[in-house]
Design a binder for this molecule. Structure first.
Ligand code: MTE
Ligand code: MO
Length: 159
């Protein structure tokens, strides 16, 4: 009995962990994506430095959000004008935390800042409770939009 339920608990834990290791990209996109380790490994890795809550700098690595948006067929680059400037990216996390960016804040025609979806910090996977994916937003005074345990990226239009 104990062994049976023990096995079930291990399986359930494994299943939930596997399910968590993906970020869904949907909304105003040409192709919805499910970002998994297998999908992300084909994309260009970049690094970004960010301070933690106590002001200590860490080196994060992952994929530029701009590349993820391109891959999903979001209106970026030369398409980001007119009505498309009212579009936004909503990022949802496992604990219900949500943050929003206008698409222009993430676009390399508008800014040199590179926001990344990180899966590693200082050469190691993100620690339990902060991973598997964390958004890294360099150059902000507060780390409040660097949200961890990201589960969903939703593209919307503000009107
Ligand atoms: N998913 C999620 N991400 C989050 C938060 C949160 O509550 N949930 N808090 C934000 C705020 S306000 C801060 S200050 C930092 C805190 O990060 P730390 O716990 O690594 O210091 O995470 C940011 N990212
Ligand atoms: Mo905070």
């Amino acid at each position: 009995m104990i062994i049976k339920y023990g096995c079930l608990a291990v399986l359930a834990c494994f299943a939930s962990h596997t399910l968590q290791a993906q970020v869904k990209v949907q909304g105003e996109v040409k192709h919805a994506l499910q970002l998994t380790p297998a999908y992300l490994v084909k994309m260009t890795r970049v690094t970004a430095s960010a301070n933690d809550h106590d002001g200590k700098a860490h080196s994060y690595s992952g994929i530029a959000v701009s590349e993820i948006l391109d891959s999903a067929g979001v209106t970026t680059g030369t398409q980001l004008r007119g009505k498309n400037l009212a579009k936004y990216m909503l990022v949802k996390c496992a604990d219900g935390y949500e943050v929003v960016f206008s698409l222009a804040e993430l676009d390399n025609n508008f800014t040199d800042r590179v926001v990344i979806l990180a899966d590693s910090v200082d050469g190691k996977p993100l620690p339990e409770g902060k991973g598997p994916y964390k958004l890294i937003v360099p150059g902000e005074k507060k780390p409040a939009r660097s949200c961890f345990q990201v589960t969903d990226i939703i593209i919307g239009a503000a009107k």
